[in-house]
Design a protein around this ligand. Sequence first.
Ligand code: PEP
Ligand code: MN
Length: 261
Amino acid sequence: MDGIANGSTPNGLIQAGAFRIIAGPCTVESYEQLSTSAKLVKQAGFEYLRGGAFKPRTSPYSFQGLGEEGLKILSQVGREQGLKVVTEVLDPYDIELVMEHAEVLQIGTRNMANFALLKRVGAAIAGTDHGVILKRGFAATVEEWLLAAEYITSAGGENVVLCERGIRTFETSTRFTLDLSAVQVARRLSDLPVVVDPSHAAGRRDLVLPLSRAAVAVDADGLLIESHHEPQEALCDGEQALPVDGLLSLREALEPFAAAM
Ligand code: PEP
Ligand code: MN
């Protein structure tokens, strides 16, 4: 690892060997909200901005995201701040639209086994500079997760990044259980970079920093972190979002570890 990367990468992708942090709010709420959040991500020295425009909510009555309007806000703010954009694609029909606005497509935990989506995404990104972050299904084995990634690569998609985001166990003190062994297991079985999402795993912001340190210790290639300039006002996942000072402390805390490896 060469320290926390904050320069531009040749092709806009997360690569093994450089520790990268993706940060931003769970969901795009407005131009003002995303722009403020993005400035903080930039200030913290990270190069990828995340934010959901299509949200896979457990309840159909919860806020579902701004859709295309959210994508437009994402690409505008990404351009303004010089940040690459990561956002989730939920529906095969939206793949091209999402690709117009984001450098990296996220496939969420609930869609890891949506093989039609995986194949369509793989074919759509083939020969492009776009990347895909494939989150582990919260009830999937590492083998199932790696086979899901092969649906994308065998359809022609090259730039796939795996993301461990916690699995469901009997434990209720955290939202999911972060499976750190999976990072090492996946590394041994595959050449794909592996990033860790401690925010969705823990579901609480006080554990994000310690779990991030643990992710560095197990040799993860990066982190996906939820942050918000006013977490108590967030429309989605506010309890796990790092506020401004949290994001800066995260960078400060990880820099020496990431640089030393
Ligand atoms: C997210 O990243 O906001 C998200 C919904 O993640 P997951 O699919 O891991 O729940
Ligand atoms: Mn979220």
